[in-house]
Design a protein around this ligand. Structure first.
Ligand code: PMP
Length: 341
């Protein structure tokens, strides 16, 4: 990115594809990471915050001084707060009272007003963050509720930007896109554009153990017994997100918390790419697919890297945290020394 911009929002999108050269040893084809951390809010969510808010403006739903409401403490919360600040809107985020103080400070630094809601109540309880957000939006004139899991503007943002970028950056040669699905917006919005250009592009979703998405894709059923807590944040879900267009996905791969964590650290140590936990998860899925013989010498693989590793310094990049989870730090020993191009 070079040049002059009228404001920070003009930096959203046009993120680079960076070739990976070391984590793919012995795997045929060429593999790129799409670095969504190069957005100004350091995640893929900048795209949806901008698109959804600008769509609301085009529809006349937002007047000066408007309020934008959302329910996440993660990347979307930060992105919404950033877009709101630049456009002169207020941002209210209803988040779980389990959210770490550091994350709340991060959102407040971007001017968001944060409402803490009890974590241990069902989604339909009036105290839950979903219900609180809905109520605030309903009771506040001149406001919108982003509702990223069910907002088609989320998927559309990626249909309009991420998908075309991947097509152009690979000169139409992309054969596989691998990405973690939370709302499903990034992967399935990009997928719709790419499959319109070439229906043979394979789209691979990455799911967590403890999430229902892979089984739902395969059976059309939600298996409640599959739901249990897991450590990777931002991917997988305990309900069926309306923004996730399942028909765009060729197959899902599940990865474990531990393999994803190890892979996240490996990407930093071997490629010099400081990416988030789900980037490691998607790269782990790539390795698992390679073992199944998915790729050949003509494969042009794009792995979506949704955010930056700096958000995980007290988690996956902390040896203590890794040890507390029972993960094997020793697997990382000597990685730097082994790395050769
Ligand atoms: N990785 C991270 C770190 C995220 O915050 C998200 C969004 N929840 C995703 C992956 C998945 O992106 P999407 O919601 O577009 O499926």
């Amino acid at each position: 990115m070079t040049g002059k911009y009228r404001n920070v929002l003009e930096l959203i999108g046009d993120t680079p594809l960076v070739q990976l050269n070391r984590i793919n040893q012995d795997i045929p084809g060429v593999v790129y990471a799409k670095l969504e951390c190069c957005n100004p809010g350091h995640s893929t969510k900048d795209r949806i915050a901008l698109h959804i808010i600008e769509e609301a403006e085009r529809k006349g739903l937002l007047q000066p001084g408007a309020t934008i409401v959302e329910t996440t403490s993660g990347n979307t919360g930060f992105a919404v707060a950033m877009v709101a600040i630049v456009k002169g809107y207020k941002c209210i985020l209803a988040v779980s009272d389990k959210t770490k103080a550091e994350k709340i400070s991060f959102l407040k630094a971007m001017g968001a007003k944060v409402f803490l809601c009890p974590a241990n109540v069902p989604a339909e309880d009036p105290r839950s963050y979903y219900e609180v957000a809905k109520r605030i939006a309903a009771e506040t004139p001149n406001s919108i509720y982003i509702n990223q899991y069910f907002n088609q503007g989320n998927t559309e943002a990626h249909y309009l930007t991420t998908g075309p970028e991947i097509w152009k950056q690979t000169e139409g040669k992309v054969t596989h896109v691998i990405g973690c699905t939370g709302t499903g917006g990034t992967l399935t919005g990009s997928a719709r554009y790419l499959k319109e250009q070439n229906p043979d592009v394979k789209i691979i979703g990455v799911d967590a153990y403890g999430s229902i998405l892979k089984t739902y894709h395969e059976t059309g059923e939600v298996d409640k017994d599959e739901i249990y807590p897991y450590r990777i944040e931002g991917m997988g879900k305990n309900l069926v997100p309306g923004a996730l267009h399942f028909d765009m996905i060729d197959k899902f791969v599940k990865v474990t918390d531990e393999e994803a964590a190890y892979r996240t650290r490996e990407i930093a140590l071997k490629e010099g790419v400081m990416a988030g936990y789900t980037s490691g998860a998607a790269t782990q899925a790539y390795r698992q697919l390679a073992e199944l013989g998915e790729f050949d010498e003509n494969s042009v693989i794009v792995i979506l890297y949704p955010d930056h590793g700096s958000r995980y310094m007290t988690k996956v990049f902390s040896d203590d945290w890794m040890a507390e989870q029972g993960f094997t730090n020793s697997r990382l020993n000597g990685l730097e020394a082994r790395a050769t191009v």
